[in-house]
Design a protein around this ligand. Structure first.
Ligand code: ADP
Length: 212
C-alpha cells in the first residue's frame, strides 16, 4: 500500500505521540480536522492506525506488508478452488489430450471406480509420450501418470498461501483438492473435490492487487 506524504506524516506523529486525538494531529500539521478526516479513515481501514473513542489514535504496530500477509493467509483453498477434471487410468493418452483441450486445463486427476485419487497426468507427461513413436490411442494414461503416494495434494481448509507454497516447492502446476475418507479395505483414500492451479493463485493475486 502506497501512502501519501501527509499520511506518512500522520503515521510518524501517531507513532511518536500516540494515543493522540485528531485535533492534536491537526494542530501539529497546521491543518483542520476536516482535512485530515479522509487520511485518518484510510489509515484506520488499512489497519495501520487504531482509534479509541475519547482516547484517540494509536499505531497498530503492523507494517503494510504484514497486513497484506495477514489478508492473504485468510483465504482458503476452498474459497478459490476450481472444479476438478477427472479421468480413469484406462483412458488413452489421445483422449486425455482431447479432454485437456475440451476442459481447458493442463492437469487431469486420475480416479478409481469409487472416485478415489490414484494419480495425476500433466501436459508434460503427454508431451514426453508423444515424443516417442507410440500410438497415443493405444497407451493408457495409467502407464505415464504420477501415482499415489507421490501426488502432492491440498485440502479445502488449507490456506491458499500453504497450497501455493506446495506448488512452488514441488514445481507442479496444479494440486488435487481432496477430502480424506475412511474407505473399506484401504489404508488411506482421498476423494477429489477440486483443483487448485497456478491460475487460481494468479487470479487471487490480481484481485488482492485491486484491493478487493
Ligand atoms: P506441466 O506438464 O504442464 O509442466 P507440471 O509441471 O505440473 O505440469 O508437471 C510436471 C510433472 O509433475 C509431471 O510428471 C506430473 O505428472 C507431475 N505432477 C503434476 N502435478 C502433480 C502433483 N500435484 N503431485 C505430484 N506430481 C505432480
Amino acid at each position: 500500500m502506497e501512502l501519501t506524504k501527509r499520511q506518512e506524516e500522520i503515521l510518524r506523529i501517531v507513532k511518536e505521540s500516540g494515543p493522540i486525538t485528531s485535533e492534536h494531529i491537526a494542530e501539529r500539521l497546521s491543518l483542520t480536522r476536516a482535512t485530515l478526516r479522509p487520511d485518518l479513515a484510510i489509515l484506520t481501514m488499512a489497519g495501520l492506525l487504531e482509534a479509541r473513542p475519547r482516547v484517540g489514535y494509536f499505531y497498530s504496530g503492523k507494517s503494510p506488508n504484514r497486513i497484506v500477509a495477514q489478508k492473504l493467509r485468510k483465504v482458503t483453498v476452498g474459497d478459490i478452488k476450481s472444479r476438478p477434471v477427472v479421468v480413469r487410468e484406462n483412458t488413452s493418452a489421445h483422449d486425455a489430450v482431447i479432454n485437456m483441450f475440451m476442459e481447458d486445463c493442463g492437469t487431469l486427476f486420475v480416479v478409481d471406480e469409487e472416485g478415489y485419487l490414484q494419480g495425476v497426468v500433466s501436459r508434460k507427461d503427454l508431451l514426453k509420450l508423444a515424443l516417442g513413436t507410440q500410438n497415443l490411442h493405444e497407451v493408457p494414461i495409467g502407464i505415464i501418470m504420477t501415482r499415489m503416494p507421490n501426488v502432492v495434494m491440498t485440502e479445502p481448509h488449507e490456506t491458499v498461501w500453504q497450497a501455493a507454497h506446495k506448488l512452488v516447492t514441488h514445481e507442479v502446476d496444479a494440486l488435487p483438492v481432496v477430502r480424506r475418507v475412511k474407505a473399506p479395505n484401504k489404508s488411506e483414500a482421498y476423494e477429489v473435490v477440486g483443483r487448485l492451479s497456478k491460475s487460481n493463485v494468479t487470479r487471487l493475486f490480481v484481485e488482492l492487487g485491486e484491493g478487493e
